[in-house]
Ligand binder design. Sequence first.
Ligand code: C2E
Ligand code: CA
Ligand code: CA
Length: 795
Amino acid sequence: MGARLIALFLGLLLVVQLAGLAALQASFARHARSVLPERLHTGSRVLQGLLDRQAQALQDGARLVAADPAFHEQLRSDDAAIIAAALNQHGTRLGATEAALVTPDFQLRASRQPDGTELAALAGRLAAAAATGGRACQVALLGGRAHHVVLVPIKAPQPAGWLLMGKPLDGGLAREMQSLSALQLTLLTQGPDSDAWLPAHSTLAPAQAQTLARHAWRAGQAPATLGAAGAELAVQPLWLTTPDSPGAGAVLAVLSLPLDDALRLPRDVQMALLAISVVGFAAFGLLGVLCVRRVTTPLGRLAAAADRLGAGDVATPVTDGVHRDDELGHLARAFEQMRVGVEHKQKEIVKLAYWDALTGLPNRVQFREALREAIRAAGDSGAPRTTVSVVMIDLDRFKQVNDVLGYRFGDLLLARIAERLSQHTVRGADLVARLGGDEFAVLLRDGGIDVARSVAQRIERAFDTPLTLEDHAIDMGGGIGFACWPQHAFDADTLLSRAEVAMHVAKRRGSGPQPYDPALDASSAQTLSLLSELRHAVDTGELRLLLQPKLALDSGDVVGAETLVRWQHPQRGLLAPPQFIPFAEQTGFIRSLTLWVFEEAARHWGTLESAGMRMPLSVNLSTRDLLDPELPQKLDALLVRHRVPAEAFCLEVTESAIMEDPQRAQATLDRLSALGFKLSIDDFGTGYSSLAHLKRLPVDELKIDKRFVLGMQADADDAKVVRSTIDLAHNLGLSVVAEGVENAAVWERLRELNCDQAQGFHLGRPMAAGEFLQWNARWVTRLRPDVPRGQVVLH
Ligand code: C2E
Ligand code: CA
Ligand code: CA
């Protein structure tokens, strides 16, 4: 743009200058034309002066000769040769080609040239002119050439005649005239008997001189213009001979000036104008560049600033040109205002994106970024003991608060809780955030499990004091879980989800702060989907309840069966209990599952009974079932619904389930026993239950863990455990079941040890109810693969 502007300016300047030049030229030409006649007139006076001077010089020379005594002497000698020699000598000295001696009555006495008649006539005319007061001095045509001719009297001492001298007008006159007046001079001659003019001398080009010769000159002619050989000439004629001498010929001087030269601006003026133009152009160009720069440079910078804004850089202020007073300054300030506005908006957007509007705490997005950053920094620091922890809190009963006291109150409560959390937990670098809903988290940038635990406990204690809000005293609490990097997870997202898993466990258990434990979870996202799948499995009947027979060791009778669940998964095929039972226990879903097992077991019991097999079915209970205070009543209702007696079931409870909360377990077991259920301690030998405690429990049966039974052949210790367990159980009045009987030798050994019942693959694998009936039929008719010593099975 700058280059175009400058080109435009220079073009305008050129037009202006050309117009000025044209005006100047026109004015100059007008003026020159008006002074032309004056110039030519002056020129003719100069020429006249020159001619007069030349004529005077010739006349003075001739007078000196005429007065010279030596010349008188020579005249007096009357010798023609002497006189001719004297005339020759003086003529040569004075430059006179013509010199003649004329008698007083104008007869030629002697002359330099052989033919002197012309001279004698001329002398007469000159004398006549002098006598009438004129000068004895003229321009005359002699021999076809223009001459100055002078006539002086010779007094020696009385008049002795006349001396006539003639000197030709030569080219020198024309050149001198040109140098004096800058006019061109052309001498034209006209013979006595001719009308034609001939150019004698001229400073013009020959062709132009010829043109002048061809013109019809008239006496007294004023200056005029003539076209001559392509040029136009201003001319002024000057008659050098008197026109009133017929037969003497004529000499005409023509002063001329080419109009082109006269009217054109003089060269120095042209040069000056050119110089002014060049300087003007240069100055204008330079100024133009400076001016354009002054505009385009800030414009360019503003454009760059606009580009920056466009590219999203709103942090760099627009500083260029903001202090200017002109439009550019205005524009720059407008840009800066716009930038500040955009920056402000962006900050607000960022705030919305990173902060929780309700509590003013960082939100999940910011928390996650801060966690990532903390982990990156801890990883970079290289210090081996740096740990990053996340404590997660989920409020209990918040939904109730919302439902009962309204959302506005709920919002106020959340804000107060945020305050309390911040007050009680934050060390310098820690970060409290609201992750969403009633879920909060604390990031401990430098703190391992112990720090996390103490922060979690502090938070728990902070909830001890009820919150007072608008006359309501609210008793808030929540599940608190925590997880640490790098022990529990290697990245931020996993760490977050692990803290969440721990938090959910704490919430479920209603326990205090819970650290993450890999046993708690197979990642929470999976948990959710697995949980819904499991629910779906119950609803759509993907679960199967198998029966595994229990046999009396002494008689070989089928005396019962254990119910064992399977999941016929649509994609993953048949799943064994370890693949989903621990998960169901963690998530609390086991309670629903146990009820389903009971329903199914009740139906199986009915089936078996109607087939003539009335025997107790063993059902496995989990820790959570045992801790459920409502379990006895649920089972009772179930018995009523299915019209099944309580003796139809034997409830298997593991040692570890009892040991988790012995008092609650005892209370539940007492009530179950009171309802008529048989109770069995499962997996006996793996836990640490004390005998004293066992004694107090209302159990009927001990099941030796299959680990010992499987190992009893090879391992003497296992055999010892089996034997002492059998003895111990018998001492306590309990019947003993050995599970995991895989071969006849073990069966035999157990029989020797007085074990009461056996369960295992050697006798029968877990099977569906229908299959179980068939198996039983075969067993009874001794089609069983391996009849223990041909015993007859009594029914
Ligand atoms: P458990 O209560 O100890 O059940 C006995 C397990 O030993 C069963 O495994 C059974 O198939 C297996 N077993 C029986 N005889 C032999 C044998 O001769 N050799 C070997 N190696 N194993 C034998 P299963 O069915 O895989 O169940 C595993 C565990 O899952 C059970 O251990 C029980 O704790 C749990 N479980 C199964 N069904 C249920 C249920 O309906 N509810 C609850 N809460 N837990 C269940
Ligand atoms: Ca069992
Ligand atoms: Ca067992």
